[in-house]
Design a protein around this ligand. Structure first.
Ligand SMILES: Cc1cc2nc3c(=O)[nH]c(=O)nc-3n(C[C@H](O)[C@H](O)[C@H](O)COP(=O)(O)OP(=O)(O)OC[C@H]3O[C@@H](n4cnc5c(N)ncnc54)[C@H](O)[C@@H]3O)c2cc1C
Length: 182
């Protein structure tokens, strides 16, 4: 079995279809692939290409198109992972640019709904006005996104008292290939 997969790096057919069907950026050029071939780890693997989705519909469409093409999908936040979690021969989906908002805050229930690309420090700046904070204090808090923290089940100095990221999340919405976004 060829573990490298059958979709070529920089596949122009896949890029063209993505450009036709999503609003966000489609980055299949060598420079972009080079930028996304690294994270904070020692590993370096060139992706097939990168999409920077603008809408949830973009995310669903990108996953569906990748699935039909036989390309793996690799979500990415800030890329501060240290074990190569965000590098791979896949279609990288970077949610850090357009999915970085607080959707809803119920301060009395201490429950906040966020988009996955929001940076921890930005979330805490928002929560501070309500006397709240997100209790997982990872070191790269000025970069790390809530999606990436949940993916890594990130921990911090206070996680023994509170909880790691995945436990702190009470619900996660996951777009899937073929899913409706309505
Ligand atoms: C100097 C330094 C210090 C660090 N200190 C800590 C620390 O104190 N505690 C700690 O736990 N970690 C630490 N880390 C590791 C890392 O920074 C954290 O785990 C961080 O929370 C990852 O966030 P990120 O946005 O960079 O995620 P990324 O690296 O972008 O992604 C992490 C994982 O989540 C997945 N992912 C990202 N977004 C999504 C999404 N929207 N949907 C589904 N999956 C997604 C990715 O595919 C990947 O598998 C440190 C790293 C560095 C470089």
């Amino acid at each position: 079995m060829d573990i490298r997969g059958s979709v070529p790096i920089g596949d122009s057919g896949l890029a063209q279809r993505l450009r036709r069907e999503i609003e966000g950026e489609v980055l299949f050029d060598a420079f972009s692939r080079g930028r996304y071939s690294t994270d904070a780890s020692i590993y370096q693997i060139e992706p097939i290409g990168v999409v920077v989705p603008r809408t949830v519909q973009d995310v669903v469409a990108a996953i569906q198109i990748a699935r039909e093409a036989g390309a793996p999908v690799l979500p990415r936040g800030a890329g501060t992972s240290q074990c190569g979690q965000t590098v791979g021969r896949a279609l990288v989906v970077d949610v850090s640019k357009h999915f970085n908002k607080v959707v809803d805050l119920d301060a009395s229930a201490r429950r906040v709904t966020v988009e996955p690309g929001i940076v921890l420090d930005h979330l805490n700046a928002h929560l501070k006005a309500h006397g709240l904070f997100f209790p997982v204090d990872v070191s790269p808090s000025s970069r790390a996104t809530l999606g990436g923290m949940t993916g890594n089940n990130s921990c911090g100095a206070r996680s023994i008292r509170y909880a790691p990221s995945a436990t702190t999340a009470s619900a996660i919405s996951v777009p899937a290939a073929g899913a409706s976004t309505r």
